[in-house]
Design a protein around this ligand. Structure first.
Ligand code: MN
Length: 582
């Protein structure tokens, strides 16, 4: 019987687990679902068991697995949530409630889908295990999707690929993300799926064979360097992820180097870098392909070293190097956190009532929770669209010149960045420098870009910005500003404790155009763009110096100007001697 297998599996990774509760949950679900069948014609109980089994693959505790066994009881049987609470306690009842749909009568169609998601997200914000149960539920439903009518298949597959897979990615549960994507793929894009499989199937096999030849080479070197405890895996890229990558590289398979990669897992960070050095010693690295996600983890917490080298037979090959802990976190993400925290104090933990996961580890969930509170008023469709962009889209890390990391959705613009730093910085954002170069405010930022924002207190948001920005926060701030009657900028609060001055201590002066006829030699150059600083309004009669701004060319000050003196102290290398051309 299946349940025995499940119990054995749990015992294997958690000898102290409370198997009694799991067993009770199983028999309760068996009784509750008696006489119910899946669309496949099988007895209903195979579904909760499959879900529990997937949860056990994530090495979750007996509490979560029991909730997985009971997850459809409150929604689909005569037993109510209160019955589950009486029988299994508040914690399990909370988890079951989190994944149960709302009563069907209240909403219809898309609205019901969105309301159900909203309910799930709120529960998930309180306890991330709700999401893990939902993921496993969805994986098994996708595995058995062929038994459902066609239009239902597509809707479920689409929701899985657009919402659940990105969510799993954000929570770092790599194994689940790949499953959700690859199981949905044939239903969302059937033709593309077939085409891709036909095209790459042989390639995959060929690559795996090749990596099996590379493996002993690397093992030999590891041995020489006395690295003993390691694990080497071949990892093949998921089909859906490959499909998306190909779309990015004009469909050229030859440009995808990580079709299959070798993964080397070792004890500690130090050894990771040592292994990287060993690989680079044997094979020549491809410039620009080395990624240090240990020093700079991905926004979802992913840590690893990636490098691409010209390997055996001159084939370009990717290696991923990480510690065992990083590996388990990359595969299980938030589930790994649960595993670690539950392993530490399993007994104490069981006694606890409904508990939130260790908060410091998932700040993103906290952000999402506060986002949901702030945007309660949005209409359903808009709510979902905004939520997708703000939280489920791929994320990029963008850096301030000081090295602070700002987490933004893909394709976010410098204006989004400015608002993410501070509302006031966004409101008066006049220009942006990306990696040292002037950039348009509407351009898309890329992961790892260093962005500095140039502000001007006279600059204000315009209607156009609403079409440019990606984040809901920026949108709301712009809308709020546009609704406000415009005040002279002096009254907006540019006093002593202005946040811009605090955050961006580079002093900016609004400048007015110079008289066209007058020419000025700045540091010996006559072709530089310049403007007269408003603070001292120099004329051709004055002795002047130039301060090289980031955005507006040079700003010209009288030599006697107090602001110039301050600038000289702060940025001596940006001050240049000037001469009026006669
Ligand atoms: Mn279910």
């Amino acid at each position: 019987m299946e349940i025995e297998k499940l119990l054995k599996k749990i015992k294997n990774y958690s000898p102290e687990a409370d198997l009694e509760t799991v067993k009770r949950a199983y028999f309760y679900a068996l009784k509750a679902h008696k006489g119910q069948f899946r669309a496949s014609g099988e007895e209903y109980i195979i579904h909760p068991i499959a879900v529990a089994d997937l949860l056990a693959d994530l090495k979750l505790s007996s509490t979560t697995i029991a909730a997985g066994l009971l997850h459809d009881v409150a929604e689909d049987t005569k037993y109510k949530l209160s019955d589950i609470k009486k029988e299994f306690g508040a914690e399990i009842a909370f988890l079951v409630d989190g994944v149960s749909k709302l009563r069907k009568i209240r909403y219809q169609g898309t609205e019901s889908q969105i309301e159900n998601l909203r309910k799930l997200f709120l529960a998930m914000a309180k306890d991330a295990r709700v999401a893990l149960i939902k993921f496993c539920d969805r994986v098994h439903n996708l595995e058995t999707l062929k038994h459902l009518p066609a239009e239902k298949r597509r809707r479920i597959a689409l929701e899985s690929a657009e919402i659940y897979a990105p969510l799993a990615n954000r929570l770092g549960v790599g194994v689940i993300r790949t499953k959700l994507e690859d199981l949905s793929f044939p239903y969302i894009l059937p033709n593309e799926y077939k085409e891709l499989i036909a095209r790459v199937k042989d390639k995959y096999e060929e690559r795996i064979k090749y990596l099996k030849r590379v493996r002993p080479e690397i093992e030999k070197e590891l041995k020489k360097e006395k690295i003993k405890n390691y694990q080497i895996d071949c990892r093949a890229k998921g089909y859906y992820s490959l499909y998306k990558k190909l779309a990015k590289y004009d469909n050229t398979l030859e440009k995808v180097y990580d079709l299959a990669a070798l993964r080397i897992i070792v004890d500690d960070v130090e050894t990771c870098y040592k292994v990287l050095g060993i690989i680079h010693k044997i094979w020549h690295p491809v410039p620009g392909k080395m990624k240090d996600y240990i020093a700079l983890p991905k926004p979802n917490g992913y840590k690893s070293l990636h490098t691409t080298v010209i390997c055996l037979d001159g084939k370009i090959t990717e290696f991923q190097i990480r510690t065992f802990k990083m590996h388990s976190e990359a595969e299980f993400g938030i589930a790994a956190h649960w595993y670690y925290s539950e392993q530490k104090g399993l007994k104490a933990y069981i006694k606890r009532k409904i508990s939130a996961p260790p908060e410091k580890e998932i700040p993103w969930i906290r952000q999402m929770k506060s986002w949901m509170e702030k945007n309660k008023g949005l209409a359903s469709e808009q709510y979902l669209e905004s939520l997708k962009i703000d939280f489920l889209s791929n994320r990029i890390f963008v850096l301030t010149p000081r090295g602070d990391v700002i987490d933004l959705p893909e394709k976010a613009t410098p204006i989004d960045f400015a608002y993410a730093i501070h509302g006031e910085v966004g409101t008066h954002c006049a220009g942006a420098k990306v990696n040292g170069k002037m950039s348009s405010l509407s351009g898309s930022l890329e992961n790892g870009d260093v962005v500095s924002i140039i502000t001007d207190k006279h600059k204000n948001p315009s209607e156009d910005w609403l079409r440019i920005v990606k984040t809901t926060f920026a949108k709301n701030q712009i809308k709020k500003f546009l609704k406000k009657p415009s005040l002279p900028p002096e009254e907006i609060g540019f006093k002593k404790k202005n946040p811009i001055q605090r955050l961006l201590p580079k002093i900016k002066f609004p400048a007015k155009p110079a008289e066209k006829t007058q020419k000025l030699l700045i540091g010996g150059h006559s072709d530089l763009l310049f403007k007269m600083a408003k603070c001292c309004s120099p004329t051709p009669k004055d002795e002047v110096s130039a301060y090289l701004t980031k955005y507006n060319g040079a700003s010209i000050h009288k030599n006697s100007c107090q602001n110039l003196k301050k600038l000289k102290d702060d940025f001596p290398d940006k001050i240049f001697k000037c001469e009026w051309e006669k």
